[in-house]
Design a protein around this ligand. Structure first.
Ligand code: SAM
Length: 216
């Protein structure tokens, strides 16, 4: 049977995302537009719009669309925002962020994934994404502070470096917990620098490995 992208993505949005609270029109438009099939291996293409994570190599995954929608929506991204993403993986989440903001800095620790993400993103014209190889637990001080920070791997706590690189008035989403199960937290830094944390949902991410994360 012929692969019908439009039908698949509409089903995902109407049946899986909207009924579960992903209703922000800009976020839904980005999820509609960005071609998830271009960020995964050809053999998984007909599963691109299933509401589940998919393997991207090196034992890593591209997150479930619902979680991507939830994390993106929680950040309330403005078109002028400068964003830091930790965990580039395939580059798919970075593309979603790039659709909504001014510039995205994304850090990945595994070189092969970083190189593949570079091809995935630049071949599709995402020139407002800056891809960096390194340990994202230290953030990216050169371009700090950031309006929004998204961490797409599970951390034992909120790395101090990331907290200090978040602007006053900024927001961060990060899965915090054990290596196997976490709480997806929304961290808001008020204009006076006070920190407010809330829980979005339980989740299960691959570990954030690095100086301010888990040991390898
Ligand atoms: N956002 C990705 C996407 O859209 O495909 C999915 C990310 S995957 C769930 C988590 C990624 O975090 C993996 O690629 C992993 O190698 C990376 N990672 C783990 N620890 C890291 C660290 N300290 N710095 C940067 N990336 C890290």
């Amino acid at each position: 049977m012929k692969y019908d992208r439009e039908k698949e993505v509409e089903f995902l949005i109407e049946r899986e995302l909207k009924p579960n609270g992903i209703t922000d029109e800009r976020v839904l438009a980005a999820l509609y537009k960005v071609k998830r099939e271009k960020f995964i291996t050809e053999s998984l293409r007909d599963r691109a719009y299933g509401n589940y994570p998919l393997p991207i190599g090196e034992g890593q995954t591209i997150s479930q669309p619902y979680i991507i929608g939830l994390m993106t929506q929680a950040l309330e991204i403005k078109s002028s925002d400068k964003i830091l993403e930790i965990g580039t993986g395939s580059g798919y989440q970075a593309a979603i962020l790039a659709e909504l903001s001014s510039v995205v800095y994304t850090v990945e620790r595994i070189e092969t994934l970083s190189l593949k993400a570079r091809t995935n993103l630049y071949s599709q014209g995402y020139n407002n994404v800056i891809i960096i190889l390194g340990d994202g637990t230290a953030g990216l001080s050169e371009y700090a502070p950031y309006d929004k920070i998204m961490v797409t791997a599970a951390s034992p706590g909120i790395p101090d470096s990331l907290m200090s690189q978040l602007k006053n008035g900024g927001k961060m989403v990060i899965p915090v917990g054990s290596r196997f199960v976490q709480d997806l937290q929304l961290v808001e830094k008020a204009l006076n620098g006070r920190i407010y944390k809330s829980s979005l949902c339980g989740c299960r991410f691959v570990p954030l490995i690095g100086k301010e994360g888990w040991d390898d």
